[in-house]
Design a protein around this ligand. Structure first.
Ligand code: KG4
Ligand code: ZN
Length: 343
């Protein structure tokens, strides 16, 4: 089966061609100009998607050495995300499917991330413990199959990526926060400042707003930020390293609890924050400790990409799910595969 995938939920336009389990093309056009605004400007994002999408689809097909006639299905991100941005990729894909009489699959963006480990050569196995960490979500899940996902916990305030972005802004590192914090942290001492890890009622829930506030208090009292002059580089590196350490510890703590409580076959770390090297290392070590297979997608598949959307579309078709161009005029953004069940 050959699937064309289209992703446009935020600031990446991406088009992929997936043939069975081989990614023939995965083109990603990142809207770097948002750097000038300190964050994503939704209106500009939609416009940039419109400008590039046709070219990207043509280029992806050319790279895959494939014609539209050879495509069996088209999958596109239907949400969650910025509505104007989503509409560009989604309506483009739907129009193409209508004109070319192809199967059309609306894909939930988070589900795309959740199963992105399957783009790796060595595939995860079910039941699969998934830590999904992105700019908008922080979720701990157990996928029993491609259509049964049990949510163990989620963030009660900021997402992990959002915390990276906000802290980066606060200390003057700018946007995008994750990679900048990581780069500074590499030169810093992670034990320098003991930032707190939230203790929550929900056993598997996360919270990052307290951590964010304590970084703010620290920089305010030590350096008079954000009003005053820049923080000296050595201190900045220590703050970044200590903050990153606290985030990784908070995430891993809940994963370990789940490994102790549930029968798990393998573990996967996914989403934009899964690009973080400290987190990747710690997640792999946890897997080793509990003798579990660990699958972390390569960097290309951690941030937003269309290969994961094409894979999710393919897995739903293979699971016997069907979608109609007529009835799914505007899909429900929430996932229908999250089930209320214990293992
Ligand atoms: O999955 P993604 O590309 O978009 C969303 O669906 O949100 O995730 C983007 C998030 C941003 O918050 C970004 O700062 C974070 O992933 N991120 C990182 C790293 N690279 C990207 N966070 C920590 N370390 C990184 N190396
Ligand atoms: Zn994402």
């Amino acid at each position: 089966m050959t699937v064309l995938g289209i992703e446009s939920s935020c600031d990446e336009t991406s088009v992929a061609v997936l043939k069975d389990d081989l990614v023939l093309a995965n083109l990603i056009s990142s809207q770097d100009f948002h750097i000038n605004f300190g964050g994503v400007v939704p209106e500009l994002s939609s416009r940039a998607h419109i400008q590039i999408i046709t070219t990207l689809v043509k280029n992806a097909l050319a790279k895959a050495n494939c014609t539209l006639d050879e495509i069996d299905a088209i999958g596109a991100t239907a949400g969650p995300g910025l509505i104007g941005a989503l509409l560009v990729g989604y309506t483009f894909a739907r129009g193409l499917a209508f004109a070319k009489k192809k199967k059309f699959v609306p894909v939930n963006h988070i589900e795309g991330h959740i199963f992105s480990g399957f783009l790796s050569e060595d595939k995860p196995t079910f039941p699969l413990l998934v830590l999904a960490v992105s700019g908008g979500h922080t979720l701990l899940l157990i996928a029993k199959s491609f259509t049964e996902i049990i949510k163990l916990g989620s963030t009660i305030d900021d997402a992990a990526g959002e915390a990276f972005d906000k802290v980066a802004k606060m200390v003057g590192l700018g946007y995008p926060g994750g990679p900048k914090i990581q780069a500074a942290a590499e030169k810093g001492d992670k034990m320098k400042i003991p930032f707190p890890i939230a203790d929550l009622k929900g056993k598997y829930d996360f919270s990052f707003s307290g951590l964010k506030t304590s970084v703010l208090r620290y920089v305010q009292s030590a350096f008079g930020r954000p009003q005053n002059s820049p923080i000296p580089e050595a201190d900045l590196n220590d703050i970044a390293a200590s903050f990153q350490y606290a985030v990784v510890k908070a995430l891993l703590k809940k994963c370990e609890l789940a490994l102790k409580e549930f029968e798990i076959s393998s573990m996967s770390l996914v989403g934009g924050v899964a690009a973080n090297q400290e987190l990747r290392k710690a997640f792999l070590q946890l897997g080793e400790k509990y003798k579990k297979k660990v699958v972390i997608p390569k960097l290309e598949y951690c941030g937003d990409n269309a290969a994961m959307i094409a894979f999710r579309a393919q897995s739903l078709i293979n699971a016997g799910e069907s979608f109609s161009l007529e009835t799914d005029a505007f899909p429900n953004f929430s996932s229908k595969y999250f089930i209320n069940s214990t293992l």
